[in-house]
Ligand binder design. Structure first.
Ligand code: HEM
Length: 394
């Protein structure tokens, strides 16, 4: 069986192939595309914590990142500790559980106001009209992107991650979208340098970071650009997918929907199980910094190694009856949000944003139907989920 992360089959339903990989080829080698892939829970978690062996410095996509792009937009997600740790510290204090809890009223107001505009409709697209708008609006507000620029930025992020089926090549449209987004944020940063405002980008301008030579220094424009692009992509795309994945999963399980409508307190657990069941980020790419020997296979130094989080989350060696959507199951390590040094910095925010989105949705639209036949899925690098979920309101 071939595992091709660029195929339609993979974008639509990778779970049969994941089972084959875990059972028959736990260190899978794809000669055509030149990568290795780990799929068992234990191996994926171990690789996540061993950043010395599994490096992020050549990017976390399926292929190596272009070194010029890494330099032009330095992002901590594509660095190894201690360099990554120093940058991460600047953001992590802003996304602690208590700081994130303070964001709840803003999130609730934002979700509510988008849904209120849909109140008179008897059908709408849950993704286009809600789940893609709300996280991007929130992150944009945090960064400081003005209202009128939010939709264009969201479209650029979408285009920069979109891939054509059957080929590993990054399409010209994605490269152009990345360039346009960089240009937008460069101008935005220059503007904030001239007149700082009450937003994250302006705050980052006065932060200092400890450099490798021991000198404390202000962040460069390129580093601030890295933060802005990372937050726009990592913060919005994945949450969009989680919200719509959770809605479809709850819809498919009427007993869960019933419990939630009776007591919205269950939403929290439904979100957690949706993360495990359909992780919005299915693959994290790494490169081997030394020869690795695992399950009798040698991975040569320098090889691309994919950590298949999507497969790890369905490993029966970790989760009993893994293909059952069970909101009461125990999930001691939520590897859908990564693990170790790069563990999702927005993990509390992602969960809160999704819980609030669903609470506000079910409160307004307790009777709805998902038109599953008309749902469409994205073809994106590193992000999995729906691009369209048409629903009708009863
Ligand atoms: C459901 C939503 C989300 C999912 C599934 C998700 C998933 C992940 C995963 C798997 C990683 C690890 C990447 C790796 O190891 O290479 C990660 C890292 C990261 N995430 Fe999230 N994420 C989500 C939401 C968010 C949000 C809302 C933010 C906004 C603050 C965010 C910011 C980040 C950042 C900055 C990193 C890089 C951390 C580092 O390199 O140290 N994420 N995310």
């Amino acid at each position: 069986m071939e595992f091709n992360p660029f195929s339609d089959e993979f974008f639509n339903d990778p779970y049969e192939i994941y089972r084959y990989l875990r059972d028959e080829a736990p260190v899978y080698h794809n000669e055509e595309w030149g990568f290795y892939a780990l799929s068992r829970f234990e191996d994926v978690v171990a690789a996540h914590v061993d950043h010395r062996t599994y490096s992020s410095a050549r990017g976390v996509m399926i292929q190596d990142m272009n070194p010029a792009a890494l330099k032009a937009t330095p992002m901590m997600i594509m660095m190894d500790p201690p360099k990554q740790t120093r940058l991460r510290k600047l953001l992590s204090s802003r996304f602690t559980p208590s700081k994130v809890a303070d964001m709840e009223p803003t999130l609730r107001e934002l979700a509510g106001s988008i849904l209120d505009q849909l109140a008179d409709r008897d059908s709408f697209d849950f993704v286009n009209d809600f789940s893609s708008v709300y996280p991007m609006d929130f992150i944009s507000q945090l960064i400081g992107v003005p209202t009128e620029d939010r939709l264009p930025i969201r479209n650029l992020v979408d285009a920069s991650l979109t891939r054509e089926a059957g080929t590993p090549d990054i399409p010209v449209s994605a490269i152009e979208a990345m360039a346009e987004m960089n240009l937008y944020f460069r101008e935005f940063i220059a503007e904030r340098r001239r007149s700082p405002k009450d937003d994250l980008i302006s705050e980052l301008m006065s932060e200092e970071v400890l450099r490798e030579d021991g000198v404390r220094d202000r962040l460069t424009d390129a580093e601030i650009l890295g933060f802005a692009s990372l937050l726009a992509a990592a913060g919005a795309e994945t949450t969009t997918k989680l919200i719509s994945n959770a809605l479809v999963l709850i819809w498919r399980h009427p007993e869960v929907l019933e419990r939630i409508l009776e007591d919205p307190g269950w939403i929290f657990l439904a979100v957690e199980e949706s993360l495990r069941f359909w992780p919005p980020s299915q693959i994290q790419g790494r490169s081997a910094t030394r020869d690795i020997e695992l399950h009798g296979v040698k991975i040569p130094e320098g090889s691309r190694v994919l950590l298949l989080t999507g497969a790890a989350c369905r490993d029966e060696r970790e989760y009993p009856d893994p293909d059952r959507f069970d909101i009461e199951r125990e999930i001691p390590i939520q590897v859908a949000l990564g693990h170790g040094a790069h563990k999702c910095l927005g993990s509390f925010l992602a969960r809160l944003e999704t819980r609030v989105a669903l609470e506000e949705f079910f409160e307004r639209f307790p009777k709805f139907e998902v038109n599953e036949e008309a749902c469409e899925r994205v073809h994106m690098s590193n992000v999995a989920g729906y691009s369209s979920v048409p629903i009708s309101i009863r």
